[in-house]
Unconditional design. Structure first.
Length: 428
């Protein structure tokens, strides 16, 4: 089976309960499982398109349509097949490493910005020769770019004073002086402000960013507000889950006018979760009846904690739905139990989700579990931990046809580069 093989168009399944209002409710899960097994990630091209259009429409309504560019980071969902609809929507890709550039250009992508973190001089030269806006993260890196007479200079600013890469706020005056000494100006600067911020937080951050522009970089051509826009994993309805882009963009327009930001200054944003999260669902198999003991109840699955570290590290409560062996939703009754969702390894903390999920008492081996909103930072972080092979990935196209885009990992993938015999390293 090759990753380019297609699953033919499939009939829809019965729409029931929460699944009826969700795009996954019209997907024939049985056919996917028969073809790709479990665990398997399933993505919706229609939902991805809908999310991109939601942001663009809000920008247009707020009066920023011609002034705003959207770039979705590649690394949260590093599958060019899945991100393909973004090309048609005029949404660019944010890259961080040269190998990402190599793969996405093979798929026809060409609209990039680069935010690499701390990088070597060789990588700065690599990005410089391509001419993409590259957000450098230290004064030393900027010094090298200036010495190399880079076509443009862009920087990343760490507004939190964190350990994340970025020019610190107390270095901004030094940066401005350095640029002046070389008779250079910034093409663009982006500001890292952390993830999961509220609407009020993001508006306040925009105000701070404009103040940085006025105080230090008033000749910059563009400002990158980056990401950090909150996404509510616990919600079901689109209006609850997604960031209020219209109010946010209107606030940016008003602030820009009030603070005297020139009209020629363009704006960039890097939404990741709001564009990607609810485009993906993880389907795992239930491998035993609910295990009950003195430490609580457990649902044993064929998933792995390393499929979902974003949920674990951030304590995000992804919504779940249990299915029986015919892929029908199992409803919660009065006898429902709270369970930890166990992965397949012997690791003590191998739980796919943080905390507990409510499970119908009738959950038994042979059934399935759907975990929602895994389109960002989930499949990309599998890491083959404890010899668990990667999950397959399926895309549901806008026309409802279904395509396998990543074949399930082979049980021996962990050792795919193991040599049958040791190989002497040549002398000299």
């Amino acid at each position: 089976m090759k990753s380019t093989e297609y699953i033919e168009s499939l009939p829809t399944s019965t729409h029931i309960s929460r699944l009826g209002a969700h795009w996954i409710g019209s997907v024939n899960l049985e056919r996917i499982v028969n073809y790709a097994g479990t665990p398997v990630f399933i993505y919706s091209a229609a939902q991805l398109t809908k999310n991109a259009r939601r942001v663009k429409a809000a920008a247009g309504e707020a009066g920023l349509g011609d002034r705003l560019s959207i770039f979705v980071p590649f690394f949260p969902n590093a599958n060019p097949h899945i991100l393909r609809p973004l090309q048609d929507e005029g949404v660019g890709i944010l890259l961080q490493m040269p190998n990402e550039h190599e793969i996405v250009t093979k798929f026809g992508y060409s609209n990039f910005i680069v935010s690499p973190g701390h990088v070597s001089n060789e990588e700065i030269s690599f990005w410089g020769q391509h001419g993409y806006p590259t957000f450098l993260a230290s004064l030393d890196e900027i010094t090298f770019a200036l010495q190399q007479k880079a076509k443009t200079i862009s920087v990343r600013i760490d507004s939190l004073g964190s350990d994340k890469p970025g020019i610190k706020v107390d270095q901004l005056a030094d940066l401005a002086q350095m640029l002046k000494a070389h008779d250079r100006t910034l093409e663009c600067f982006e500001v890292y402000c952390g993830s999961g911020n509220s609407l009020d937080d993001m508006i306040d951050i925009a105000r701070q960013i404009f103040r940085m522009f006025l105080d230090h970089f008033s000749t910059a051509k563009s400002i990158n507000f980056a990401g950090g826009h909150g996404f509510k994993y616990e919600g079901w309805d689109d209006q609850i889950k997604h960031f209020d882009w219209l109010t946010y963009f209107k606030a940016i327009r008003v602030l820009a006018a009030e603070m005297g930001i020139p009209d020629y200054v363009n704006f960039l944003i890097e939404p990741a979760r709001d564009i990607l999260a609810d485009t993906g669902v993880l389907l795992v198999g239930v491998k035993r009846d609910i295990v009950k003991h003195s430490n609580g109840s457990i649902v044993v699955t064929d998933g792995s904690r390393m499929l979902m570290p974003s949920a674990q590290l951030r304590n995000r409560s992804h919504n779940t739905v249990f299915l029986d062996d015919t892929f029908r939703e199992i409803f919660h009754g009065e006898d429902a139990v709270t369970c930890k969702i166990r992965g397949r390894s012997l690791l003590r903390n191998d739980y796919i989700l943080p905390g507990e999920a409510v499970a119908p008492n009738s959950v038994v081996a042979g059934g399935y579990l759907l975990i929602f909103d895994v389109g960002a930072y989930c499949a990309t972080q599998h890491m083959e931990f404890l010899n668990v092979p990667p999950a397959g990935e399926v895309v549901v196209s806008i026309d409802s046809s279904m395509h396998l885009v990543t074949k399930p990992g082979h049980p021996l993938d962990k050792w795919r580069n193991l040599l049958p015999e040791h190989q002497p390293i040549p002398v000299g």
